[in-house]
Design a protein around this ligand. Structure first.
Ligand code: GAL
Length: 745
């Protein structure tokens, strides 16, 4: 019997993994035919009449436009025995076929060797598998393998829609070797920031085999903009069987530096390579003096329980007081938590005062008692981008505790939102929604949050099921809203999901609005304020009508992920809904994807580079977007913490005027976004969307609409740059930003 070691390798090709430098036999082309015939798996079949096709591009781009259904690719390849001789282990062959879209079966010389997904005719029906790179390993002694002769790899593909065929990385064949037992883990330990721009980083090299492996590791730090090598070290590595070794590097870093790691196995000289883009911190550490941060205005309905914690930094202990605090409210002088109720509608102006041993800070604050909530974009944390459906009470609490311990609470981060995955499989006999075993006590949970001055959010769908397949609120809207209120919930994300099947084929606007109106009524009849977050991915231009169902925020897009393509595709298109943003009515381009994310059990370091992360936070702030962190806060690194605690940046997002930035200038390499602020100044993001470091010149008067001379302040560095007469030039890293605030003189 043949020895197939591993069938489908579903492995991650992320931009950190550079290459597996083996001796590779590339397979750039195949013979191709539409249709389906089992005979085509046979090595004897004569495919000489078939067309040639590239194996790295979908068939749509190779004159099979719009073709969906079955097709076959046949690759003819002579595998030289020199490949085996040059390897050390000589026992198995790797065949890598790139990505295959969609379900596929692969035959090697007529033997079925791997299957991914399943075909419509299979017992379980069609199961898609388009995202999986296909790789399989075959024993070097397999009887059906022909060394130094023609081998036929026949690939049967079924594409259910969209692009189809073989595409992605170049298919290749090589021998599995000692190097395949070695992995480098470069994301687990965060970068540490020492004094004077020094950073340190450790990685681990692991041997997954029972053989001892010798080699060397070379580490290089290179500045992208100048090509300058900032650090270089090569060292011997000896890995006993199944052993792991940690290796550290520390060096003076700067902006946009990349750390390259190459491990060379000494017997075969084969290498593995990885890289990390080194994060860099632009903002200096918090001062010990008191400072009041976050929102300057807050909306509450008459008679609703009031809860607001004054976010303030500076050394503890701090003493809080409020001048002109309206009757009905009181403030805890040690925590700054304001509670009570306000019965009468109106605008209440007051002054917050915070003192500590280093000084005193004051700031004006307005409470608007009326119908409108969320007068500034909600800020907080949501479980989805992090834990996905594996969320639990304990996991949420670990982020809550970190939010408090790491001081995020002092910068205005407030909402703790449980996304999908909290619901039990059955309602109670009287039809009430109940949490599943992962959330033993919702009321105790919200009490805990409220005690800290934080707020609680929850998730549901107007359909019978949520997107994750849990119970939705269909026909239980009032009952669910009442449960949320009884538990002490302050925020609901209401996600369309399975409600789509309740809609007609070409749904009208009224049909989309109906379920959201139903829940609006249910929420607004509760004796507490529940911020209402609409999630229907922007359908029917929700930004034009979200206010009609009293939505406080609405998703303008599908789901975001931690790639530049996703960030770019979503973020830089927000100029369309932007004019509709205003206090209490926010466009939501989805949650933040910085830090450790994962959408499930296993988290990874965001795939966004440090510059892309600066862009993410700057752009979201310019857009007056809700700022919802989606990472494991208990594993927050210094860089990410710095990104989300810059109060000048947060102030742009939380500006009481509540406008969203507009695109003031666009070309293929850069974009300039400008946001009007309450004090008459403007925030400007100069984004380098190209793939190269650039010097960008803008005209401040043109992009901001008027003026001759401007005071310019760098928001990330929190530094005045001086007075500029219109022309402003800045160097911006690829995918990075210069984020400034300008005031006309
Ligand atoms: C999606 C939604 C995500 C998340 C998920 C939960 O539809 O866009 O943000 O809430 O459902 O299943």
């Amino acid at each position: 019997m043949l020895k197939i070691i591993l069938l489908v390798g579903v492995f991650c090709i992320n931009n950190n993994v550079l290459a597996q430098a083996h001796q590779n036999l590339s397979m750039p082309s195949a013979k191709f035919s539409k249709g389906d015939n089992k005979q085509w798996a046979s090595p004897e079949f004569n495919d000489s009449q078939w067309k040639n096709i590239s194996t790295t591009a979908n068939w749509e781009s190779q004159s099979y436009n719009s073709y969906d259904g079955f097709a076959w690719c046949r690759i003819h390849v002579t595998i030289p025995s020199s490949l085996k001789q040059k390897s050390f282990l000589k026992d198995s062959l790797r065949i890598f076929l790139g990505k295959i879209d969609d379900a596929s079966e692969v035959f090697l010389n007529g033997e079925l060797v791997v299957k991914s997904g399943s075909f419509p005719s299979d017992a379980g029906g069609y199961v898609s598998a388009y995202y999986q790179p296909v790789e399989f390993h075959v024993s070097a002694n397999a009887a059906f393998l022909h060394w130094d002769k023609d081998n036929i790899i026949s690939i049967r593909v079924y594409d259910g829609g969209g692009n189809g065929g073989m595409y992605g990385p170049m298919p290749f064949i090589n021998m599995m070797d000692l190097i395949d037992a070695v992995t480098m883990e470069t994301d687990e330990d965060p970068f540490l920031f020492l004094n004077n721009n020094k950073v340190s980083k450790s990685i681990s090299i692991d041997n997954h085999s029972d053989k001892e492996i010798d080699g060397s590791l070379s580490v290089r730090a290179v500045q992208q903009s100048t090509g300058k090598e900032l650090y270089q070290k090569k060292q011997a590595v000896r890995l006993a069987s199944f052993a792991s070794q940690k290796i550290g590097a520390s060096f003076i870093s700067g902006e946009a530096v990349t750390l390259f790691y190459t491990f060379t196995e000494s017997k075969t000289k084969k290498t593995i390579e990885k890289k990390n883009v080194v994060p860099y911190i632009l903002t200096s550490k918090e001062s010990s003096e008191p400072k009041i941060n976050g929102a300057k205005v807050f909306g509450v309905r008459p008679g609703s329980p009031f809860l607001f914690r004054i976010p303030a930094t500076g050394e503890s202990p701090k003493i809080f007081s409020i001048k002109d605090l309206p009757d009905g409210l009181s403030v805890d002088e040690n925590t700054g938590i304001i509670t009570g109720t306000l019965k009468n509608r109106g605008e209440y102006k007051m002054e917050f005062i915070v003192k500590n041993k280093s000084g005193e800070a004051k700031r004006d604050f307005t409470i608007k008692v009326g119908d409108l909530l969320a007068l500034t974009p909600p800020m907080g944390w949501n479980s989805w981008n992090c834990w996905g459906l594996s969320v639990s009470d304990a996991k949420v609490k670990s982020s809550v505790d970190a939010l408090i311990d790491k001081g995020l609470i002092n910068h205005g981060w407030t909402y703790i939102n449980i996304d999908d995955g909290w619901e039990a499989a059955q309602r109670s006999p009287s039809g009430e929604i109940i949490p599943n075993e992962k959330f033993p006590d919702m009321k105790a949970f919200t009490d805990y949050l409220h005690g800290k001055g934080l707020k609680a959010g929850i998730y549901s769908s107007p359909g019978d099921q949520t997107c994750g397949g849990y119970l939705g609120s269909l026909h239980h809207e009032m009952q669910d809203a009442t449960s949320y209120a009884n538990w002490g919930i302050d925020y609901l994300k209401y996600d369309l999901c399975s409600y789509e099947k309740e809609l007609s084929k070409n749904p009208t606007l009224e049909e989309y609005q109906r379920p959201y109106k139903l829940m609006e009524k249910a929420l607004r009849s509760q004796p507490r304020d529940i911020v209402y977050s609409l999630c229907e991915y922007g359908l029917k231009d929700v930004w034009k009508w979200g206010h009609e169902v009293d939505g406080n925020l609405w998703r303008t897009t599908g789901d975001i992920n931690d790639s530049w393509e996703s960030l770019y595709g979503i973020g830089f298109r927000q100029d369309v809904p932007a004019p509709y943003a205003k206090p209490g009515r926010w466009n939501d381009p989805d949650m933040l994807t910085i830090g450790k994310v994962g959408w499930g059990e296993h988290l990874h370091e965001t795939h966004l580079t440090p510059d892309e992360q600066y862009t993410h936070i700057s752009l979201w702030s310019l857009l007056s977007a809700p700022l919802l962190l989606g990472c494991d806060l208990s594993r927050l690194d210094d860089f990410t913490l710095n990104l989300i605690t810059n109060d000048e940046v947060i102030a742009i997002d939380q500006d009481p005027l509540g406008k969203a930035a507009h695109k003031a200038f666009v070309n293929k390499d850069y974009q300039v976004w400008v946001k009007d602020l309450e004090d008459g100044s403007k925030a400007i993001g100069i984004f380098n969307v190209s793939d190269h470091y650039s010097s960008i010149k803008i005209n401040l008067a043109t992009v901001s609409g008027s003026g001759k001379s401007f005071d310019v302040r760098d928001l990330w560095r929190q530094k005045d740059l001086g007075v500029f007469n219109s022309e402003f030039t800045t160097n911006v890293q690829s995918h990075g930003v210069t984020f400034i605030k300008i005031k006309m003189r």
